[in-house]
Design a protein around this ligand. Structure first.
Ligand code: ATP
Length: 231
């Protein structure tokens, strides 16, 4: 039997005035999968992330979710955090929609901190702006986790991070994946994503040019043809 799909894009086209950012993109994400969506600069990755995350209504096509209550969380590129608010307050904002009481919130924060590196646990009272790039990326992920998402989409989680920090982020994602969360990483750089992902979509100039297993000759060929970079 085919694995159940938790999220799918059907014929997505996105036009920004003159620019055709996505052209008839169709793909499906299996429940519990670890997927990578890779493509070179300008391929349409951020646009697809916004569409899949429900933040952007595309020009044409639709996004389908397996069930209406599935929580899809997008961790955007650039780690949009509230810099002047503390780490703890940033986490609280992530749990805002969860309608928890004080005790529930405390438990949820503890649950999220348990999988964050020590440096985040120790920085709870500090303004987010004082965190390093890697810590910010981790906090952005932690904030998304406050909603206990079923699917977590990350737009360029490795961007601007030193390799050791990229490993840290991906190790946390691997933990979440083991616990049953569906993970979708959207990256320009292939190396780290391909160490973890089993499913791969390659985008090039707004089109899907590959959709299949993340390893094997066909995947390698598609990545080479799409000029997807390596670290
Ligand atoms: P990058 O890695 O450079 O962010 P990307 O693969 O994420 O690229 P997108 O950011 O989705 O690609 O952009 C796809 C195309 O759409 C590009 O040509 C880009 O210039 C254009 N584009 C993206 N956002 C907008 C916007 N808000 N208005 C106009 N054009 C846009």
């Amino acid at each position: 039997s085919r694995p159940e799909k938790v999220l799918a894009a059907q014929g997505i086209t996105q036009r920004y005035s003159g620019v055709l950012a996505l052209q008839d993109v169709t793909l499906a994400i299996g429940r519990g999968s670890f997927s990578a969506i890779l493509g070179p600069n300008g391929a349409g990755k951020s646009t697809l992330a916004l569409v899949l995350g429900g933040m952007l209504e595309p020009t044409a096509g639709r996004v389908l979710r397996a069930d209406a209550t599935a929580r899809i969380c997008l961790v955007p590129e650039g780690r949009r955090l509230f810099g002047q608010l503390s780490v703890r307050e940033n986490l609280l904002l992530g749990g805002y929609g969860a309608k928890l009481d004080r005790r529930g919130i405390r438990e949820r924060i503890d649950e999220v901190l348990a999988i964050m590196p020590r440096s985040i646990q120790e920085a709870l009272a500090r303004p987010a702006v004082t965190l390093s790039g890697g810590e910010r990326q981790m906090l952005a992920l932690g904030r998304a986790l406050m909603a206990r998402p079923d699917v977590i989409l990350l737009d360029e989680p490795s961007l601007g991070l030193a390799p050791v920090l990229i490993d840290q982020v991906y190790d946390v994602l691997a933990d979440l994946h083991r616990q049953g969360t569906t993970i979708v990483v959207i990256e320009q750089m292939a190396t780290y994503a391909l160490e973890y992902a089993r499913a791969l979509v390659v985008l090039d100039r707004g089109r899907v040019v590959y959709d299949g297993p993340a390893s094997g000759a066909a995947a390698e060929q598609a990545l080479k043809a799409g000029y997807v970079g390596e670290h």
